[in-house]
Design a protein. Structure first.
Length: 104
């Protein structure tokens, strides 16, 4: 089965780096608990959005991602976390993408 990834790229608001990374650490724990196989956090060093941070959820299959996505809309821990961080956002989303491994 091909691995599937969901990537959100963030531009951190000035002076809010520590707040953002604290939130990322909490989100990562929740997402792994909710069924993500891996979570990668990377900083762009070149290209169209240098300095931005990508948060990648990795799943061993599209089916597993689908179950995760369905469950996320009702997961009380995730919804409470998301509501909390949206009250005073430390970053803005600049891109969201899905990737599917071609298995080559």
């Amino acid at each position: 089965m091909a691995m599937t990834s969901q990537v959100t790229t963030w531009r951190v608001n000035p002076g809010r780096g520590a707040d953002f990374l604290t939130g990322v650490a909490e989100a990562k724990k929740l997402h792994l608990k909710m069924g993500a196989d891996q979570v990668w956090v990377t900083q762009h060093v070149s290209g169209g959005n240098p300095g931005t941070i990508s948060y990648m959820l990795v799943f061993e299959s599209a089916e597993k991602w689908g179950k995760f996505a369905d469950a996320a809309s009702t997961n009380t821990e995730w919804l409470a976390f998301w509501a909390k961080v949206q009250q005073n956002p430390s970053a803005v989303i600049v891109d969201q993408s899905m990737y599917s491994d071609l298995g080559i």
